[in-house]
Design a protein. Sequence first.
Length: 452
Amino acid sequence: MVNRGGRSKGCGTCRGRRLKCDEGRPHCQRCHKAGLQCRGYALHANFVDETARFRREDQVTANTLVPTLVPMSLQPDEDTVLHTHLVARLLPRVSGPASPHILASMANYESSSTAVVPLHKDALRALAAVYFGKVHRDTRVFGAGVRAYVRSLGRLRTAVADPVAVRDVETLASALCLGLVENVALTETTGWLAHYDGLAHLIERRGPAQHMQAGFGRELFLHCRFAIVISALLRRRPCYLAQPAWRAVAQDTSPEGELMDLFAEVPGILHDLGGAAQTQAPDATPQSGAGLRRRVEHLLLALSAWRQQRQLPPRASSASHADLSMLALHHAILLCLTPVCDAFHVSIVAGQAPMDAEAARRSVASDICRLAKASFDRNPSSTGAFLFIFPLHVAARHLPPGADEAVWAETAMQRVIVETHGFEIGRPRTWYLESGRVTGSASPGSDVTTLP
């Protein structure tokens, strides 16, 4: 979008009637004399959709000279349009532990780098082009974004190899942007998880102290916690965010912050479940059978307490998108704990007697679908849809194949998350982890680790 001058300053009524307005304040006299209601004057600049112009520009002859220092085939004005589109679509009307709302801070962050284009802004440009091209099915812009993505990946690799640059906040911001590109484009089946692994590594290497003070670095840390937990969950390793030093860094008492602290405990519990079955550790240790059971029961009680403080209105359709997505994540965490709950015959609902495990899983998974439907029925922002990707994937794994809820979940992921909002990572499929790789399917009898 670009601002154009010279547009009528008349009131809405006169402009609609194509008459000259006397521009009287607060209401024009022409409307008053005609006995019409004056609709007043525009308070903001009008913006004209220039998408068609940019498509026409693609027809420029091939012999047009292009500066060799600008490999990305996007003009400055078009770059502004793409960035505006990115912010408008991905800046949420809701916030959450996995939302891309950090983009606002990223766009405004002034780098100390001497580079002509700071690394994180080059990565942001790649994201803007890929996202615009994806949701508008514009192959030219999408291709330009992918080329910028590849170029930014090379710059990121160089930064990560530098002992100073690897700790720079700009490097972390760039990794986050490129991870979002993979969420949209899915250039490789495992690309998104590789970026999540990279974010986890960069933040751990920076250390807790780098994220204590208010500022851009701390904002990035708080935003990236979800990716860090997902990386640990799928890799079946403890999450360092559950360590006291890192919990002290967060100090996030918001509902989503408290939920992320609880979520960070899950990967370690699942990791220790396998270890407890293979070792003869004393019952008093947290990794032993008895110790592990106590940890699970304590976590379930904490999740129940969190849930009791987040009561929805009588009708879920009147709840906020933020509340709906947070409750869906809460339910997904419960489902992730089902392997250890089954092992110790503990109900995934704290305080309730153990019930049929399959019925309990289906009930919680169905609730996730209900929460997603309540949000999707009211046309959430792209960020609102993004926040349901993980919960819906988990729910689909715990519903009987062919069940109405399972069919709805797969259809919603395809039509709402992928086709409407452009996140390829939301495409219905099962994530398998085999020898450290996520694959789209698993062969019968193969030894794979999946989402719980």
